[in-house]
Each structure stands twice: as C-alpha cells, then as structure tokens.
Design a protein around this ligand. Structure first.
Ligand SMILES: [Zn+2]
Length: 96
C-alpha cells in the first residue's frame, strides 16, 4: 500500500478541527479530512457503515434512474401515438 503519514506535523491546527467533513477511501480505509487534510485509518465499523451508505445510495440512484428512464420512454411513446386514432389497436404493438 501507499505510504500514509502516521503523524500529522500540524498538531495545533488539527486540534481545532473535529474532522467532520471527510472523504473516505473505501479501498484503503483511509479517511481524509477536507478541512485540515488530516488522514486516519477508519475502524472496521466506520468502513462497514461507509460501505452500507454507498450501497444504499447506489441502490436509490439506480431506482431513480430507472424510474426516470421509464417515464421518458412512456412519454416518448405517447408522443408517437396520434391522438385522434383509437389507441387500443396500437397498444398490442408496444412491447412492454
Ligand atoms: Zn480535520
């Protein structure tokens, strides 16, 4: 693995920061604070929580994406169907 500093040289500044805004690298388990740049190893619990959070977000965004795609496809199909004609005959041609 890459070399990560174990000791932060800027201890004074670090103490004024509670590292609330951090980015975690799920591959290495290293968290990096956005504000002071402090890096630390996350605990297994923190890593697990991060994995779960990402998985939940991905699941949610995929669901949203499917919903949006479906909505667009339907409105596209509606725009293809002439309004004056009866749509029942055309419905059989729509594959879904
Ligand atoms: Zn910090």
């Amino acid at each position: 693995m890459a070399n990560y500093p174990h000791d932060d040289p800027d201890e004074d500044y670090e103490e004024s920061c509670d590292h609330d805004d951090y980015e975690s690298d799920i591959l290495t388990g290293i968290a990096t604070c956005w504000r002071c740049g402090h890096r630390w190893m996350q605990t297994n619990e923190e890593i697990a929580a991060e994995h779960e959070r990402i998985a939940r977000y991905q699941e949610w965004s995929e669901k949203e994406e499917r919903r949006e795609t479906w909505r667009q496809v339907r409105s596209w199909f509606r725009s293809l169907i002439p309004r004056r004609r009866k749509t029942t005959a055309l419905d059989d041609e729509i594959p879904f």
